[in-house]
Design a binder for this molecule. Structure first.
Ligand code: GCO
Ligand code: MG
Length: 408
């Protein structure tokens, strides 16, 4: 069996998805996602200019060797652009293998360990009242877990994860379009004063059962994060995410000395080496890496197994930063992983997105039910894809009130 051709598509409804399609001499094709949010053309160029030419003629069933060939074979290893490109290739090869086996992918990992995988939705508000309504809306839809993000009183612009306009859901591409990053103002003191009060209101209103998550988005210093974790303990968060910048794992030692709040980190990681210390020293409770930037299924599965050895559970990144193909890859791992924790669920599941990526994966009552179709169980409609083209966008930049640049 041989790979005969591969093509990359960039674009999508309200979002620049980077989709790889690998064709074989047996008519079976595989799909992968290389969407690197607001840098989408870069993994696409790496695939087109360097990787696809090396794929042609290879046996697509040798996904391990192909992964090693690209990762170890490169003198300059890793990084989000390269890992997103390898990730797309790897997903497509697993898709082909499972289609050849005529099985849903999770069967190749060892079958299903659960009927449905717990997901969390994003509740948000420009103020607390709006956030409370947003949480209630998700609870009515059956969600059992929600991430809660709220505008901070007195902060000149909305805090991370919150739409700038009241009543408007955050859209990770349309909000960020333009020729330069939008700038936000951050004030740690106001944030630290407000969040415990907000969590008190939320717990009081929604009771004990609803699982609550909060994303700090790398904004705190280690001591501040330790203080916040301690203050939030009475509200029993499911997790506190990215309390400090992820590139400094040692900061977590200080946080762990002071609080038992569960910690989730890893959405900006792109390899096992980024995760290793946090997992081995048990400095986190959930690992957030994604199938896309994390080098695909082959590499992610290795991380899941390392995490299991240290009682760290999964909580893969699932913001609309990735396409439904990546979400499908993670859904098969979630169905199998003995140490599954939760899945972030925020694909832009509009009719346009469903038309571009048809699938039988579904979320019901707060659980993700993986498709039983052979392979990843998601398709790609090329005629739909022709309706879209690339649109440039940037993540915002955060500054303190005096102008000092801060972590976004
Ligand atoms: C999350 C993330 C996202 C990121 C986005 C960046 O927890 O879902 O923090 O919201 O900001 O994926 O591209
Ligand atoms: Mg996050």
């Amino acid at each position: 069996m041989k790979i005969t051709a591969a093509e990359v598509f960039v674009g999508g409804p309200g979002k620049n998805y980077v989709t790889l399609k690998i064709m074989t001499d047996q008519g079976i094709y595989g799909l992968g996602d290389a969407t690197l949010n607001n840098r989408e053309t870069l993994p696409a160029a790496y695939l087109q200019d360097y990787l696809i030419p090396c794929l042609i003629g290879r046996d697509p069933r040798n996904s391990e060797d192909i992964w090693q060939y690209f990762y170890r074979g490169a003198y300059f290893r890793g990084g989000p652009i390269a890992m997103a490109a390898y990730g797309a290739i790897d997903m497509a090869l697993w898709d082909i293998k499972a289609k050849l086996a005529d099985m849903p992918l999770y069967q190749l990992f060892g079958g299903k360990s659960r009927e449905g995988a717990l997901v969390y939705a994003h509740a948000q508000g420009t103020d607390l009242e709006e956030l409370l309504d947003s949480i209630a809306g998700y609870q009515e839809q059956g969600y059992k877990a929600v991430r809660v993000q709220c505008g901070i009183p007195g902060m000149p612009s909305a805090s991370y994860g919150v739409s700038a306009q009241k009543g408007k859901a955050h859209n990770y591409i349309t909000d960020f379009q333009g020729d330069a990053p939008h700038e936000e103002i951050w004030d740690t003191d106001k944030y630290l004063r407000f969040i415990p009060r907000a969590l008190d209101r939320i717990r009081g209103q929604f009771g004990d059962e609803l699982k609550l998550l909060h994303d700090v988005h790398h904004r705190l210093l280690p001591r501040e994060a330790a203080q916040l974790g301690k203050e939030l303990e009475p509200y029993r968060l499911f997790w506190l995410e990215d309390p400090t910048p992820a590139e400094d794992p040692a900061a977590l030692r200080l946080i762990r000395q002071h609080t038992t709040v569960p910690i989730a980190i890893g959405e900006v990681f792109n390899s096992l080496w980024d995760c290793k210390q946090l997992i081995e020293e048990r400095l986190i409770d959930f690992i957030r890496i994604s199938a896309t930037y994390g080098g695909g299924i082959t590499h992610l599965k290795r991380i899941v197994d390392l995490a299991a050895l240290h009682e760290v559970r999964t909580g893969f990144h699932g913001a609309p930063s990735h396409s439904p193909i990546s979400m499908a890859a993670q859904a098969h791992l979630n169905a199998w992983a003995p140490n599954f924790g939760i899945q972030e669920y925020l694909v832009l599941d509009t009719p346009e997105c469903d038309a571009l990526f048809p699938s039988e994966h579904r979320v019901e009552n707060g659980l993700f039910h993986v498709s039983d179709q052979p392979g990843l169980g998601v398709d790609f409609d090329e005629s739909e894809a022709r309706r879209y083209s690339y649109k440039r966008g940037f993540h915002p930049v955060a500054r303190l009130e005096d102008g000092t640049l801060w972590n976004y």
